[in-house]
Design a protein around this ligand. Sequence first.
Ligand SMILES: *Cc1c(COP(=O)(O)O)cnc(C)c1O
Length: 472
Amino acid sequence: MDESVLNILPQLPSVSRCLGSVRGKELCAQFGEGAAKLELRSVIERLRQDLQSGTRNEVPNMESLLGLVRERLVRLTSPLGRKAINATGVLLHTGLGRAPLAKNALDALAMAGCFSVVQVDLETGERSLREAKIEQMLRELTGCEAATVVNNNAAATFIVLQVLARAKEVIVSRGHLIEIGGSFRMPDVMAQSGALLREVGTTNRTHLHDYDAAIGADTGALMHVHPSNYKIQGFAGTPGLDELCALGRKHGLPVIADLGSGAIVPMDKYGLSDNLTIGEALAMGAALTCSSGDKLICGPQAGIICGQKKWIEQVRKSPFARMFRVGKLTLSALEATLLHYVNGAHEQNIPLYRMLCVTEDELRQRGEKLIGALTNLHRIELALLDDFAYVGGGSLPAQAVPTKIVRLALADKSRKNQFAQELSTALRFCVPPVFCRVKDESLLFDLRSLLPGDLDELTVALKTLVSQKIGA
Ligand SMILES: *Cc1c(COP(=O)(O)O)cnc(C)c1O
């Protein structure tokens, strides 16, 4: 380590010294001593690392150090500090929490946090099957015989494999052996579930006769996986779920469909193809479907399993059902979300569908409004442009939705890049933080992924920060 660093490190104040200062005591009074201590420790640790790595070469004074701590405390302790503005154009942004919930789902969460009727039958006063209402709605919406809910789609896939094919072979195309990220890799999930993976075909092409040839006495199920986050183009193809189901029927074998997003409503209307609804997959003959609650269904994180009653009953009896089960918060928010589909009112109420339904005119108006509010700022260039937004969230890869963006850049070429980097960072530190894209030394603000109210907050944040930065 550099000698100068060794000299600087001891200048870092201790936690107790900071907390003992006047500003430190104020923070303790406002946020609680425990919370203040936790944040202070993280800030000091971060400074120590920055000094050691050379990204920083002096210790900030106590005042600004405690300023950093205050900023983090505001974020940690106030709900306002957690809300974010998504101007990235990625509609289901994994980093920003995938699907934003409908208003009634947010309300349901708050109510479920009190004593609630999530687990009781009002007529008898007895304990009821927690998910009976959700199952009823899913039957209505997808035509399934039965349904159950687990913690996420990874758990759904696991438990379904465990129930249908433990110690048996599951036939899967090599083109479907996906990795979703966060260590969800189909071959590994299968191994852990006790099912034996029988790979067929090749990465780019698998034929129905490949599956057929692999079927034998040890086969427990056929599996179809939606390639949620990649697309193989060119000389490629695997049999559709319908063909696989026909083959399964011929041999008396259940077909598992891991749909990934598993929408309730068809997505073609929004210009998005390559996606089966749960109902379509079941109509084709899938024994069970697995899908995420927080992708195209736009509810809370959950794994939704729909299909034949005999299998769902076995899933419920699996020892893993208890481990993977969801809590009352999830059930309440999911129930509220599904209610919008039952009423055919998802486009009015569910944020993703609202975003998808925003018209070109409305996008233009948003853009003109934003640009109009910023035109007083000199030395920056603004433009309203056509672009593409993406559903994201591991849902529909490479499927673009036309959108409009506002591009903002500094006119001065020599400082353009630095300005873009600094402004995008500063925007992330706003309350609420703003996330946009940076491309070609410019900031891009997508107008489709904004939620109601966001445009005004974005405008204020930009006005303030840009004028600070250019000293206008
Ligand atoms: C997203 C996805 C999963 C994992 O779902 P989580 O709800 O994130 O656990 C599994 N399979 C497919 C095909 C997916 O797209």
